[in-house]
Design a protein around this ligand. Structure first.
Ligand code: IPE
Ligand code: IPE
Ligand code: MG
Length: 250
C-alpha cells in the first residue's frame, strides 16, 4: 500500500459508490501458462486491495461483479472451481471483514447457487450485518436482464394484489423493485481486462455513471490502478444533461 501520493485524490469529490467488473482472470492465468482457475485465485488479492482502499478513502459502497448469470454456461469444471473459491474465500475473509467494519451484501439469483455456497454466503451476510464501514456488494449469479425481469414480475404481483396502482408508478418506482434498492447508483464503473462492454451489469443503475475501462487484468489491479481510476473520475465533468456552463455556475 505504498506510492499513493502519485495520484491526487480530492476527498471532497469521491464517488460514494464504485462498481467494478472484475474481468481478465482467465487470460492473466493463460498468459502465464496456467489454468484459468489460477487467475481466479489470484483475483482474490485484488478484491482485498480495493476493499482496503475504499475503506481508507471513505468510499461507502463497492459493488463487485463476481459471477454473471451467463457465467453458468462456462465449462462445469471452471464453474465448480469458482464456487469452491467463493466458499473458501468467504469463510476465510469474514474475520477480516469484521475487523475492518466491512458489511457484505449480495445481489443476484441465489437460487442458482449450489446449496453449500448459498449457505456460506448467508452466514457471511449475517456475521457482517452489524458493520457500518464499506458496504461490499457482491454481484453473484447476477445479470441486469434477470433483475429487470424479476422487477417486472414483482411490480405486476403488487398491482394484482392491490398494493400498487399502475397510475402511481413513477420515475423512482422501478429502482425500488431492483435488488439494488437499498443502495445509491454507482457514480463510477470500472471494467478491467480490456473489453469495452457492460456484459449485463447494472444497466439501469449505470445510467449516469462515469465508465472507466482499463487493459489491466483483474489480478494485476492494485492500489495505484484503483487510485488512477478515481483520479480520472474526478477530472470528468458530469453534466447530467445540462450544459457545461450550467454545471460550472452551480
Ligand atoms: C472474470 O474473469 C471473472 C469471471 C467472469 C468469473 P474471466 O474469467 O472472464 O477472465 P477472462 O476474461 O476470460 O480473461
Ligand atoms: C463479466 O465478465 C462478468 C464478470 C466479470 C463476473 P465476462 O468475462 O463474463 O464477460 P464477457 O463474456 O467477456 O462479456
Ligand atoms: Mg472475461
Amino acid at each position: 500500500m505504498e506510492k499513493s501520493q502519485q495520484y491526487q485524490i480530492d476527498p471532497q469529490k469521491l464517488p460514494r459508490h464504485v462498481a467494478i467488473i472484475m474481468d481478465g482472470n482467465g487470460r492473466w492465468a493463460q498468459q502465464k501458462g496456467e489454468d484459468r482457475l489460477y487467475g481466479h485465485y489470484h483475483g482474490v488479492q485484488s478484491v482485498r486491495t480495493v476493499t482496503e482502499v475504499a475503506t481508507e478513502l471513505g468510499i461507502e459502497y463497492l459493488t463487485l461483479y463476481a459471477f454473471s448469470t451467463e457465467n453458468w454456461d462456462r465449462p462445469s469444471q471452471e464453474v465448480a472451481g469458482l464456487m469452491q473459491l467463493l466458499i473458501q474465500t468467504v469463510r476465510k475473509e469474514v474475520p477480516d471483514l469484521n475487523k475492518n467494519n466491512v458489511r457484505l451484501h449480495v445481489i443476484g439469483d441465489m437460487e442458482m447457487l449450489p446449496e453449500d455456497a448459498r449457505q456460506e454466503m448467508q452466514e457471511a451476510l449475517e456475521e457482517t450485518a452489524a458493520n457500518t464501514g464499506v458496504q461490499l456488494i457482491l454481484a453473484l449469479s447476477y445479470s441486469s436482464r434477470w433483475e429487470l425481469t424479476r422487477a417486472a414480475r414483482l411490480i405486476a404481483q403488487d398491482v394484482q394484489a392491490g398494493k400498487l396502482s399502475a397510475e402511481k408508478i413513477g420515475k423512482d418506482t422501478l429502482a425500488q423493485y431492483l435488488t439494488t434498492a437499498p443502495y445509491p447508483d454507482p457514480e463510477l464503473m470500472i471494467r478491467t481486462g480490456g473489453e469495452n462492454r457492460i456484459s449485463n451489469f447494472l444497466l439501469y443503475q449505470l445510467a449516469y455513471a462515469e465508465l472507466y475501462f482499463t487493459d489491466i487484468k483483474w489480478p494485476d489491479f492494485n492500489k495505484d490502478a484503483f487510485l488512477e481510476a478515481i483520479s480520472a473520475f474526478q477530472m470528468r465533468e458530469r453534466r447530467f444533461g445540462k450544459t457545461g456552463e450550467q454545471v460550472k455556475n452551480s
